[in-house]
Design a protein around this ligand. Structure first.
Ligand SMILES: Nc1ncnc2c1ncn2[C@@H]1O[C@H](COP(=O)(O)OP(=O)(O)O)[C@@H](O)[C@H]1O
Ligand SMILES: [Mg+2]
Length: 247
């Protein structure tokens, strides 16, 4: 494989007459946590789905693990957590994990082990045999994350994984994402929570489908001469607005 897990070049996408993504470039090397940061409606989910090959782009190309997307085989190798939970409500969490593990061809012997690992990571071990219909929103998010991890993927794409998750567990999840990164895995994560941005190695700040700024948190703060990513966002956003009104 080349050095990058994901290469997106000049990706544009519209729904009808609405431009949702405009000329987006994104490169995700191995062993990196890449954060897509932006407010609701910015285009994060559309970009993630375009990278997954679930949305057809109007313009540009996406390559994941050397394959031009869409590509079913590559898609199946990605640990993907969608923004809305896709779980079987009438089954227990363990049954959901088993089902998805089998779907992803995890060997039966290994599956028991990975279910234990993933459940422990998201703090669901004692609730594994409850039906998902009895789960809270936060528990469902955690189960979805466990499912994304079940096949031990080298590439994780997580769309707002920490929504509805309490701060303590969020901390644990970030620690584990860092552990996964240390083993050479790559993670693309979306969030609208600015303090999570600081935990990423590299960021794209996205607003109205346009990449406002890209770089490491330290680079961005230095470039805009501010001391938080939130302030980078505000400053870059104002520049975007000024740029628009000058046209
Ligand atoms: N299938 C769709 N059809 C029409 N508009 C869509 C569709 N999906 C997303 N959009 C619009 O695209 C914009 C970006 O949405 P989305 O990618 O979900 O943003 P984010 O994940 O950053 O909140 C929004 O204005 C949303 O309403
Ligand atoms: Mg979204």
């Amino acid at each position: 494989m080349g050095t990058n897990f994901i290469t997106a070049q000049q990706v544009s996408k519209s729904f009808g007459t609405k431009h949702v993504l405009t000329d987006i470039d994104l490169t995700l090397p191995a062993g990196t946590i890449y954060g897509l940061i932006g407010p609701s409606g910015a285009g994060k989910t559309t970009l993630v789905k375009s990278i997954m090959g679930m949305e057809k782009v109007d313009h540009g190309t996406v390559t994941v693990m050397d394959a031009v997307m869409p590509n079913r085989q590559v898609m199946a190798k990605i640990g993907y957590m969608a923004q809305s939970d896709a779980l079987y409500e009438t089954l227990t969490a363990r049954e959901n994990l088993t089902f998805f593990g089998q779907l992803m061809s995890v060997a039966p012997k290994q599956l028991k082990q990975t279910i234990a690992y993933a459940a422990n990571l998201v703090n669901l071990t004692k609730d594994l045999d409850l039906r998902v219909s009895d789960y809270s929103g936060g528990m469902k998010r955690r189960l979805s994350l466990a499912i994304a991890l079940i096949q031990n993927p080298n590439l994780l794409i997580l769309d707002e994984p920490t929504v509805g998750i309490d701060p303590e567990l969020r901390q644990q999840i970030w620690e584990e994402l860092n552990n996964l990164k240390a083993t050479g895995k790559s993670i693309l994560i979306t969030t609208h929570v600015m303090d999570e941005a600081e935990r990423c190695d590299y960021l794209m700040l996205i607003r109205r489908g346009i990449a406002l700024a890209q770089g490491t948190p330290a680079e961005l703060k230095a470039k805009y001469q501010v001391d938080s990513i939130e302030q980078v966002f505000l400053k870059a956003g104002r520049l975007q607005d000024a740029d628009h009104s000058n046209r």
